[in-house]
Design a protein around this ligand. Sequence first.
Ligand SMILES: Nc1ncnc2c1ncn2[C@@H]1O[C@H](COP(=O)(O)OP(=O)(O)OP(=O)(O)O)[C@@H](O)[C@H]1O
Length: 212
Amino acid sequence: MSNHVPLLSSKHLTCIRQDRVLFEDLNFELSAGDIIQVEGPNGVGKTSLLKILAGLSFANEGDVLYRGKNIQQQAEEYRQNLLYLGHQPGVKGELTAEENLEFSLALHGQTVADTEQTLSEVDLAGFEDVYASQLSAGQHRRIALGRLWQSTQKIWILDEPFTAIDKSGVSKLEKLFLNHIQQGGAIILTTHQDFNLIASHVTKLTLQYRFD
Ligand SMILES: Nc1ncnc2c1ncn2[C@@H]1O[C@H](COP(=O)(O)OP(=O)(O)OP(=O)(O)O)[C@@H](O)[C@H]1O
């Protein structure tokens, strides 16, 4: 008998928002080496699901398990092993690119080191001292994505990480994702974009509108 325990799993998750059942009895497993793409039309419940998985909001029924145990019973350990990027980049206009990255890393308990190198990984070399208010939407997203390059967390939960990112940035991210899963990490993400490099590694979890 297999004693495989997934990194992250959901058991019988039900989510109701504004009297609408977004999903019901949702079960999935995310193991080391997996990439799961949550897909479905606008408003179907993808962000709601990711927030529940990240412990930022609650399901109406069911559980989220980290290594087989409810995330609420081991909130601190789970937090240390989780990197969540929401669909807003969360960048502050009055801080420079480098200050924003430092602030975001510190806020999330990540090591604040090599921020210059990290900004260069996300193609922001030369923009370190520019205020974010003077940077583009794609550059804001790149600052937020910088956290991935400094991540020691195994589980990445990413809400629309490719938004506003150009083609070469998307390829670079795909390479980073591949590297992450090859090192024993796992990713669950939403995107409306198709994958290229990592397409064969991606399993889809499709949410559908319910009309009951
Ligand atoms: N905190 C909340 N309170 C009330 N309703 C909410 C809340 N969060 C989400 N909803 C509703 O739940 C539904 C699903 O929203 P969600 O953001 O999860 O969709 P999505 O699939 O991520 O959409 P998109 O592809 O547009 O990002 C929407 O109708 C939204 O209005």
